[in-house]
Ligand binder design. Sequence first.
Ligand code: HEC
Ligand code: HEC
Ligand code: HEC
Ligand code: HEC
Ligand code: HEC
Ligand code: HEC
Ligand code: HEC
Ligand code: HEC
Ligand code: HEC
Ligand code: HEC
Ligand code: HEC
Length: 396
Amino acid sequence: MNRYIAFVALLLFAGSLSAQDDACLVCHKPSPAKTKAQQVDTATIVGSVHAKLGCRECHAVDPKVNHKGNRTVFCARCHEAEAAGFNKSPHVEGRQASIEKLPTCITCHGGHDILAIADPASRTNHKNSVRVCIQCHEDQNLTEQVQQLPTATVIKAYENSVHGRALLLDGDMNAPACVDCHGSHSTLASDNPESPIYKTHISATCGRCHNDIEAKYDGSVHGAALVNGVMESPTCTSCHGEHNIRHPEDPDSRVFSTNISKTCSDCHAAEKVVAKFGLKADRIQTFKESFHGVATEFGDTRVANCASCHGVHDIYPQTDSRSMINAANIESTCGQCHIDLPASFASAQVHESASEKESGGEWYVRQFYVWFISLLILGFIIYRVLEYKRRVKRVE
Ligand code: HEC
Ligand code: HEC
Ligand code: HEC
Ligand code: HEC
Ligand code: HEC
Ligand code: HEC
Ligand code: HEC
Ligand code: HEC
Ligand code: HEC
Ligand code: HEC
Ligand code: HEC
């Protein structure tokens, strides 16, 4: 019978506070006579994930001793893994540089009101967690004061990126928040070889969600070179950006059809990189001079860009049989867009310089289409202007 009563009592008191807490609440119960620092809203604690904890499991307080000013709170005692991660983060290191605005467990999680991460109302719920980070990283005063931090504008770009829009506007919980790329507690800097954003780890970090692309990229000339320590080789973010990643069909994307040659040129037209790896230095220039290049310059998205002929995540040297420009594949590569292209055409050197008269026929062909396309565009503009004038007249 006694047991039965004890059981019912347990049920009744589950979710309420313990007797040990009553000793504290003698003084800390809310009442108008008390200072704010003395008043504890027990309902908040009962509604939190920590409902079952006694006050002293978090507070290093002896109720019999005057403890005004004692703000020591234990979190690490029960959450060792999170605390260990946090303790090696720049957020803790920064204390040595006397940076004032640094987060602690409480800044990000709260105190008496901590909810389970999965609860949509938790401030560290997947979607809400972005707000936790940007309260500081989009604070212009802070980013100007702490030199190593990216500017507030750089971070703000995330909100307009394909990822930020998917998570914050569409509520797509599969899209990454800050913590998916940075980790929630260690948030190591990009120059730390253990960081998920250290250059050689980025493809795996993105690959958690884009694993098919990661697999392709890892085997490509660029992915393999990076694994072999060629730090100049591109990883996902070299081509896509970091916080400003856009959909490839968005004209602001670094990989939008007409922007691709610029993105490849960061390296393939960079003297240092080209010389160091014995790459051909004229690739961008010759592309710009080709029919495809000139049309691209005029915003034509149907013509070939670097990726149409070389591949995107699966780029290989010409000698590799998997390469789209390998002799065995070149016809089908041009054939994506050209039906019945003569074999001699496909095998021609695409990157032949046509900037000099000595290159013969090519030079004349180039002169022809540069003028031809320019005149076409000019004609179009004149036509639109005339049409506009006519319409204005008609309205009058
Ligand atoms: C999960 C751990 C945890 C538990 C359990 C807990 N507290 Fe706290 N408490 C905190 C944290 C964190 C803060 C905020 C400290 C800060 O802001 O520096 C805090 C703040 C306080 C404050 C100061 C309020 C203020 O506004 O300055 C008082 C008083 C207090 N707690 C009393 C209690 C009492 C009484 C209980 C038991 C009924 C209790 N706490 C249970 C973690 C806890
Ligand atoms: C005899 C009354 C009394 C008891 C019992 C008592 N406190 Fe306090 N506590 C105070 C007073 C007074 C303050 C100072 C409030 C202020 O700064 O205005 C205080 C402050 C605090 C603070 C905030 C420290 C600060 O200054 O920021 C915490 C946390 C706290 N108490 C926790 C507890 C816990 C946990 C217990 C139970 C184990 C407890 N107290 C029991 C009277 C008491
Ligand atoms: C209370 C303000 C604050 C909050 C909240 C905050 N940070 Fe920071 N963060 C800083 C400051 C200040 C630094 C610079 C510390 C240093 O480098 O020593 C920093 C450094 C960093 C760094 C390393 C930068 C570098 O080059 O050293 C990363 C990455 C980072 N934070 C990510 C995050 C993420 C992700 C979140 C959210 C989960 C977050 N931060 C929340 C203030 C904050
Ligand atoms: C810069 C902000 C920040 C700081 C500082 C921080 N956390 Fe977290 N914490 C988060 C975020 C965001 C999540 C949710 C992570 C996720 O979505 O996977 C989280 C998750 C957690 C979890 C749930 C389990 C997990 O790892 O996902 C625990 C427990 C936790 N934190 C405890 C702590 C403790 C203890 C401290 C202090 C030592 C601390 N946190 C410091 C932001 C922070
Ligand atoms: C006495 C041990 C203890 C202390 C001290 C403690 N916690 Fe917890 N915490 C727990 C337990 C138990 C849970 C519930 C775990 C679960 O449900 O998986 C929890 C849950 C959490 C969660 C939600 C985790 C999730 O996966 O949803 C967060 C966040 C958290 N604690 C942060 C803190 C912070 C911050 C502090 C310090 C202010 C703290 N805890 C102090 C034991 C503790
Ligand atoms: C899709 C992945 C991704 C997301 C989401 C993301 N970041 Fe980053 N972040 C990166 C990468 C990659 C770098 C490294 C840039 C570099 O190497 O210069 C970086 C750099 C940083 C840095 C500077 C770290 C350093 O050491 O250079 C901070 C601070 C930072 N991010 C904060 C944030 C915040 C805050 C959010 C959320 C609003 C966020 N990031 C969202 C991938 C991401
Ligand atoms: C947590 C999972 C996750 C991580 C990590 C992640 N992404 Fe994404 N990414 C997504 C989701 C989900 C979408 C689809 C968003 C939409 O269009 O609604 C997406 C969309 C994209 C797109 C636009 C194309 C498309 O299919 O919508 C690009 C490009 C992209 N991600 C690149 C990256 C890069 C580069 C990284 C690493 C720096 C990265 N992602 C990290 C989940 C992730
Ligand atoms: C050499 C530059 C380059 C690198 C490195 C690169 N990408 Fe891409 N990526 C592109 C281009 C160009 C496109 C657009 C292709 C198109 O329009 O069909 C693209 C398209 C995408 C898309 C959307 C289209 C799709 O196929 O689903 C995603 C997602 C993506 N990349 C993720 C990644 C990830 C993750 C990595 C790293 C593992 C990566 N990219 C590495 C250039 C690159
Ligand atoms: C961040 C710099 C960088 C970017 C951006 C970049 N590449 Fe590369 N690329 C390299 C380096 C470095 C190598 C040489 C790797 C090696 O062989 O070790 C290379 C090799 C190649 C090769 C093989 C060449 C040969 O002679 O073996 C091709 C083809 C290639 N890249 C095409 C592209 C295309 C197309 C783009 C744009 C979609 C691009 N690259 C973007 C740095 C870059
Ligand atoms: C119309 C198809 C086409 C376009 C567009 C194109 N290429 Fe090429 N590329 C080729 C062919 C075919 C070869 C091999 C024959 C040659 O060198 O002309 C080649 C060779 C190369 C090589 C040397 C590969 C090796 O293994 O030796 C690099 C690097 C390269 N291109 C980069 C680029 C870059 C960067 C762009 C964009 C600015 C670009 N290509 C645009 C078809 C193209
Ligand atoms: C992504 C589609 C695409 C790919 C791939 C492509 N081209 Fe083109 N190319 C075009 C378009 C569009 C034109 C404009 C003329 C047209 O509509 O036929 C053009 C025009 C040309 C022209 C000049 C005009 C003409 O029709 O005589 C040549 C030469 C040419 N391409 C050669 C090649 C070669 C060689 C390859 C393969 C190495 C190739 N192209 C791959 C889309 C492509």
